[in-house]
Design a protein around this ligand. Structure first.
Ligand code: BG6
Length: 477
């Protein structure tokens, strides 16, 4: 009998979340208002998170899901116990910036916010779970948006530096794995969510976006520097919204279109991993007449403080064509229809081989260890009369994807640190604000309008993932 294929020893298994999609308690213990709080559920959300419409406060017409989310703030012990029961060796979560610095530009941090995360990290450690911490996951204090214009303003780099200095010192010994910005490339597609940017009349969009990009890239390198100074054990990663663009046809112009679209995403990681602006980006800035506000010393910082590992989310591949006719929205990035792939309830292409291809491409391009920090299927779950969800569709999706990742390791020789599924417990969707779009192994009784008991219950996939982890992947065979 042939030996069953498993994952490397020490491979980290777990799940990934984000503060605003999980915690709730948006105004408790001194937390300040953030961009993510004022993004409602429903059709207006996309206009707001993409910065087309300015919406800087609450109104009575919309429901704001981040206010309460699934109330992890008060349920974290119960939730972490469930993750431990599944055998998690890592748990990805993010810090809500406005819990630590409610307005963002204060000198002194908010102790209650710091204490909350300290308690959460200690709870994880109690079970031997390694926290994997995203410093900002699409959030920025609203005060930095209204008073400074978000990440277009260089002062925000200093405020972020203050934030990370506090975090690295306070959580030294409790947290080792850090991600500087969630899906940094999403800044180009959803600038209010990615960078607190809503456009002013007549502004040059690309000038604003790539200014903000330079500021985030610089902030990321500064954070990497400080993390290593505070504790040489710290490992810092960048984070890409991954998923290759395929050319829709073998026509060379479509192949070129796919390369260009990939580069638009890889641009950020090229800087964070290689430490310099790639030639194709410099030429793009030149063609567009953009002036990137690079100050003295910036390029040295980028060069000297590259990331330790490359992390990414993977949900789907996309397709590119030189002269697009119809495009669909696929996790905020436009894509042509790939006729060979099935789709999720939300129209996202399902492509496990594309996962293996994406992993290989990132490995070849960066030659750094990889960490898959999001993967999963957003689906409508219907509990039976006993409240049980038999989510075989989710098991199928994850089974195929975990096998593909295993092939990337065992067949292709890629070095990988770990894998965290997105939303191990149902949470609010970033793209739509819905609760109905569920990813979890744990069902949460809450609907799109905020009704429900918040009761947690295990889905069928709960025991399945537990078995996968316990066997280090051998259960798949
Ligand atoms: C990623 C984000 O884009 O995809 C998560 O990092 C998000 O925050 C996830 O939740 C899934 O997207 P959605 O729109 O289904 O929540």
């Amino acid at each position: 009998m042939s030996k069953k294929l498993t994952f490397p020893d020490g491979f980290l298994w777990g799940g990934a979340t984000a503060a605003n999609q999980l915690e709730g308690a948006y105004n408790e213990d001194g937390r300040g208002l953030a961009n993510v709080d004022v993004s409602p559920v429903g059709p207006d959300r996309v206009k707001i998170i993409t910065g087309q419409v300015k919406h800087f406060d609450f109104d009575n017409e919309h429901f704001y899901p981040a206010k309460g989310a699934i109330d992890f703030y008060h349920h974290y012990k119960e939730d972490i116990a469930l993750f431990a029961e599944m055998g998690f060796s890592t748990f990805r979560l993010s810090i809500a910036w406005s819990r630590i610095f409610p307005k963002g530009d204060e000198v002194e941090p908010n102790e209650a916010g710091l204490k909350f995360y300290e308690d959460v990290f200690k709870e994880c450690r109690k079970y031997g779970i390694e926290p994997l911490v995203t410093i900002t996951h699409f959030d920025i204090p609203m005060h930095l948006v209204t008073e400074y214009g978000g990440w277009r303003n260089r002062k925000v780099v200093t405020f972020y530096e203050n934030l990370v200095t506090v975090l690295f010192n306070r959580y030294k010994g409790l947290v080792k794995y850090w991600l500087t910005f969630n899906e940094i490339n999403v800044l180009l597609h959803a600038p209010f969510m990615g960078a607190g940017i809503a456009f002013e009349e007549g502004e040059n969009r690309n000038q604003v976006l790539y200014t903000a990009a330079h500021h985030e890239l610089l902030a990321s390198a500064i954070a990497t520097k400080i993390a290593h100074e505070v504790d040489p054990e710290n490992k810092v990663g960048c984070m890409l919204a991954g998923g290759k663009f395929y050319p829709l046809t073998p026509k060379p112009e479509d192949v070129k279109a796919a390369m260009d679209q990939d580069r638009e995403n890889y641009f950020f990681i090229d800087v964070q991993a290689h430490g310099e602006y790639p030639g194709y980006a410099l030429k793009f800035f030149e063609r567009e007449g953009l002036t990137i506000p690079i100050e003295e010393g910036d390029l040295d910082i980028l060069k000297e403080h590259t990331v330790d590992f490359v992390s990414f989310s993977y949900y789907q591949t996309r397709a590119a064509e030189a002269h697009p006719a119809d495009q669909t929205e696929a996790n905020l990035l436009a894509s042509a229809e790939n006729p060979y792939l099935k789709k999720s309830d939300w129209g996202w292409a399902i492509d496990s081989l594309g996962f293996r291809i994406t992993i290989n491409e990132l490995s070849d391009r960066y030659r750094k260890p990889l960490f898959v920090v999001e993967n999963g299927l957003g689906a409508v779950d219907v509990p039976d009369e006993n409240g049980y969800v038999a989510d075989d569709y989710r098991i199928d999706y994850l089974d195929q994807h975990i096998r593909a990742m295993r092939d990337a390791i065992n067949e292709d020789g890629v070095e990988m640190l770990g894998y965290t599924t997105w939303g191990p417990i149902d949470l609010v969707s970033a793209g739509t604000g819905e609760m109905k779009k569920r990813y979890g192994f744990i069902y949460v009784d809450r609907d799109n309008e905020g009704n429900g008991t918040l009761k947690r219950s295990k889905k069928k996939s709960f025991d399945w993932y537990k078995n996968v982890i316990a066997s280090n992947g051998a259960y798949l065979d």
